[in-house]
Design a protein around this ligand. Structure first.
Ligand code: ATP
Ligand code: MG
Length: 403
């Protein structure tokens, strides 16, 4: 096997000092966690880059497939190695450049660094030898010194010669966990998993909360949410899902609150419950999939009336996104197919025919004041069920079969 290691370039690293160390440490842990199946990985970190030693082809394949999903990586390059012998080096250069042989016209240069000064050829000579050997063998290559498409980097170190040319884009963002923890309100819809993904991209570790109203919502709709939670774990961290029994509260709202503001009250109660769970799990913020104007509960007036139940920051990464933009991301991250499965969520069933788009906070508070919601909220929080993801493959398949 020619591959020796993978070089990883860090993503957005504007912060300095301690934070930078935390970023690097977190990224290393997330990589270990994501590839735990591969056994212990040898990872060497430097200020600006990280190296994962490659032991065999299986490891290489798994890393090439999985690294583009890990937040905090700008780009990465497979690094090959050979003996410190000019013929071996030429041969390896060809193996590497073969990766590009089916592409369009490309510009190219060879860049040499000679760390081992005892090597008989000096840098320029190595560059000429390798460049002169490679160039005539590919019709789609021409030399360009400034900003070529491909830079074949050759480094003659003491133990061997290292070479790389491919630069594979990473997911960008920041390592999950480097920006604290938030609670994601996860429905079975298209938006909330995307909102969760975007926060993970900014380094936020998630727990999720789902409101479940049996028998008005089916077991299948809950299984769907579990699949979504499990799918989000692919982006770098485990997720705990808190499932809240919400029927009692919804029934009371339907009985006691006029139907045109019942949606607002439902959202307010959800947020109150979420805030209590958030406090218990030491999360700093709540994340939702709300997008301005998408439905009656997402006008600025509605959001204001809903938000009034708490001072906790509510993060709404999709607030300015169009539905089509959200769908694009959902397809890219693999949650779309699950989200469009047609199981009602708890709100479809209780949705009033004509919800107010401009609810008045004082009125909503007035209607709510005749019932003791707090006791039901305490009970819902206490009686929640908690699931941990990722699920083992087998069990995840079982959920998928249900859909
Ligand atoms: P989504 O596609 O995420 O369901 P939506 O466009 O259907 O969003 P709503 O149903 O109004 O919008 O929900 C707005 C947000 O409220 C959701 O994105 C989600 O964060 C939260 N939410 C709604 N229903 C639930 C639920 N049953 N459990 C947890 N969170 C929910
Ligand atoms: Mg929804």
């Amino acid at each position: 096997m020619i591959w020796k290691e993978i070089l990883i370039r860090y993503g957005e690293l504007s912060t300095k000092g301690r934070n930078k160390m935390d970023f690097i440490r977190r990224l290393r842990e997330n990589i270990r966690h994501a590839f735990a199946d591969l056994g212990h990985l040898h990872i060497r970190t430097e200020r600006d880059r990280m190296f994962i030693a490659i032991q065999d082809e299986t490891q290489m394949d798994a890393l090439l497939k999985g690294l583009p999903k890990i937040f905090g990586i700008q780009s990465f390059s497979p690094v090959a190695a050979c003996e410190k012998d000019i013929d071996a080096m030429k041969k390896l250069a060809i193996t590497i450049m073969d990766t590009f042989k089916n592409e369009q016209q490309l510009t190219f240069k060879v860049e040499v660094k000679r760390t081992d000064k005892t090597f008989p050829l000096e840098s320029h000579a190595i560059q000429r030898e390798i460049g002169g050997f490679v160039l005539p063998q590919y019709k789609n290559l021409s030399v360009k010194v400034k900003k070529p498409d491909i830079e074949l980097r050759v480094e003659v170190r003491h133990d061997a010669t290292y070479m790389m040319a491919q630069v594979i884009p990473g997911a960008g963002g920041m390592p999950v966990g480097s920006n604290g923890k938030s609670l994601l309100m996860l429905s079975g819809g298209i938006d909330s998993p995307v909102a969760g993904y975007l926060m993970m991209k900014r380094g936020v570790r998630l727990e999720a909360i789902h409101f479940f109203s049996p028998p008005y919502t089916s077991q299948n709709s809950l299984e769907k949410v579990k699949v979504l939670a499990n799918e989000l774990t692919k982006f770098g961290a485990s997720i705990r899902l808190h499932v809240i029994p919400f029927t009692e509260i919804q029934v009371l709202i339907k009985e006691k609150v006029p139907s045109n503001v019942s949606m607002t009250t439902t959202r307010r109660m959800m947020l109150k419950v979420a805030d209590k769970v958030r406090e218990e799990i030491d999360a700093l913020a709540i994340v939702t999939g709300e997008s301005l104007g998408q439905v009656a509960s997402q006008t600025l007036e509605s959001l204001t009336a809903i938000n009034a139940v708490t001072n906790t920051p509510i993060l709404r990464p999709l607030i300015s996104s169009d539905k089509l933009e959200i769908i694009d991301i959902a397809e890219k991250i693999g949650t779309y197919e699950t989200s469009i499965q047609p199981f009602e969520d708890c709100c479809t069933i209780f949705t009033p025919a004509s919800p107010k788009t401009k609810p008045k906070l004082e009125k909503v508070e007035h209607y709510e004041s005749f019932s003791d919601f707090d006791e039901l909220i305490e009970r819902a929080v206490k009686n929640r069920e908690v699931y941990i993801f990722p699920k083992k493959e087998q069990e995840a398949d079982k959920f998928a079969d249900l859909l």
